[in-house]
Design a protein around this ligand. Structure first.
Ligand SMILES: [Zn+2]
Length: 300
């Protein structure tokens, strides 16, 4: 576990209480989430899928994966760092032409190729940067997206998850986004959703939309890195499919209002039947939003 995440968890009594609840009484967490979701205007179980594209391999696989998803009525949202957008402009323009929403994902790269280990490693962590550097990265990400795609993004996602979650960090982030005229952010972990609901209007009026977790470990993000990259021994693609189905089943069976906000990396899921089976399963049972904007227009 990243040391910073661990430090944050220890520093926050709320986080510790959530961890205990998630282990001992997960149903309470789900019920509380549903109560908040209803209060925030959601009326049905629903899902939105987004792609974080941190490497050129993500760019290479993005068009094919998008096409496959559109065939099952899922239009993914894209979060691409500005440096990657610049390098793969033609690919992302093509993806945008299919109707996919793009959100600002900052400018600096989020991954680099580590020759020694022959794999990608993460870089650019906002908690290691000064507030001025963070604001500058957000602004440059915005300008690059506008320059390359000719669109003004309405939302933002932080690099990585879990390291920029403290209250003061989120306040700074949301105030910066408000000044850019943004409407929403999707930068927080499942814990945030259990505490504040799926569509929390913050004091900056930015709506924070946390990502969703596993069914059996509700505070753990259900993402492609954990289940498809082979980096976590006990998390397999089959587990991903099973967890997705369990989450969908829970909300569909009760017709509970919910926003399942899942993200993946295209290169992890390209050609993986477990991923497409899981998406197909969701698409047949619960409502799918085609963009964050569409979802907010409906629920706003
Ligand atoms: Zn990223």
């Amino acid at each position: 576990m990243n040391v910073q995440i661990l430090k944050n968890a220890i520093a926050s009594p709320r986080q510790t209480a959530l961890q205990i609840l998630a282990r001992r009484c997960p149903k309470w967490l789900f019920r509380n989430y549903v109560r908040l979701a209803r209060k925030q205007g959601l009326i049905q179980p629903s899902l939105i899928l987004s792609f974080d594209c941190d490497t050129d391999r993500d760019a290479e696989t993005a068009p094919q994966v998008t096409e496959q998803l559109i065939r099952i009525d899922i239009c993914p949202v894209f979060a691409v760092p500005g440096t990657n957008l610049e390098r793969n402009a033609a690919i992302y323009r093509e993806v945008a032409s299919k109707g996919c929403e793009f959100i600002n994902h900052g400018y600096l790269p989020h991954a680099y190729w580590d020759e020694g280990n022959a794999r990608f490693e993460s870089c650019t962590f906002y908690h290691e940067m000064s507030p001025e550097q963070v604001a500058e990265d957000i602004r440059r990400g915005h300008e690059t997206l506008v320059g390359i795609l000719g669109r003004t993004p309405g939302g933002f996602r932080c690099p990585h998850f879990g390291t920029f979650q403290r209250r003061d960090q989120l306040r700074f982030l949301h105030a910066t986004l408000r000044d850019l005229g943004y409407r929403y952010s999707s930068s927080t972990t499942p814990s945030y959703g259990f505490l504040h609901g799926p569509l929390n209007q913050t004091r900056s009026m930015i709506i924070e939309i946390p990502v969703s977790g596993c069914f059996d470990a509700p505070l753990n993000v259900l993402d492609s890195w954990a289940f498809f990259s082979g980096r976590k021994e006990h998390s397999t693609p089959q587990d991903y499919r099973d967890q997705m189905m369990k989450v969908v089943d829970y909300y569909a069976a009760g017709k509970f209002p919910a926003l399942l906000n899942f993200y993946a990396d295209p290169s992890h899921v390209a050609g993986r039947s477990e991923f497409f089976d899981a998406m197909c399963y969701a698409s047949e049972r619960i409502h799918i939003w085609q963009s964050f904007q569409e979802m907010l227009d409906f629920n706003g």
